[in-house]
Design a protein around this ligand. Structure first.
Ligand code: SF4
Ligand code: SF4
Length: 123
């Protein structure tokens, strides 16, 4: 994988990289609307999502609100839901499974997967 552009460091000292330049299955990452949205009606600002997403650094921390913000949505790993699974208040919302199934069909991912398996003599 080529070196990713570095955006800077966050307050926890973590390097923020621009993962949006990395295609997903050959598809422009920015054409896929996969990332969390925060329901601020129920988010308590516990910080678990912000701290957990330490590689992609999708969230920034708003010091006034004392809550996370989705600052780099397209840095989110397509189909990852880790922060959503950990959020104790179910405050993180992701697209539903049907959305990703549509992407798989539209972008011919099944064919790409089959080709990859064939390439390595696995099928
Ligand atoms: S884990 Fe949930 S409740 Fe905690 S800061 Fe994140 S969105 Fe808010
Ligand atoms: S789903 Fe995964 S990559 Fe995306 S913001 Fe949450 S922890 Fe980070």
């Amino acid at each position: 994988m080529k070196d990713l552009p570095v955006i800077g460091k966050d307050p926890l000292g973590r390097t923020i990289k621009d993962f949006t330049v990395m295609p997903w299955w050959g598809v422009d990452r920015k054409s896929i609307e996969w990332y969390p949205k925060i329901n601020y009606d129920v988010c308590t600002g516990c910080g678990i999502c912000y701290i957990t997403c330490g590689n992609r650094v999708v969230f920034d921390w708003d010091k006034e609100m004392k809550k996370p913000v989705v600052a780099r949505p397209y840095n989110c790993v397509v189909s990852c839901t880790t922060c959503g699974n950990l959020c104790p208040h179910d405050a993180l919302i992701f697209p539903d499974r049907e959305y990703m199934h549509e992407v798989i069909i539209k972008e011919k991912i099944l064919k790409k997967a089959a080709n990859k398996l064939k390439e390595h003599d696995l099928i």
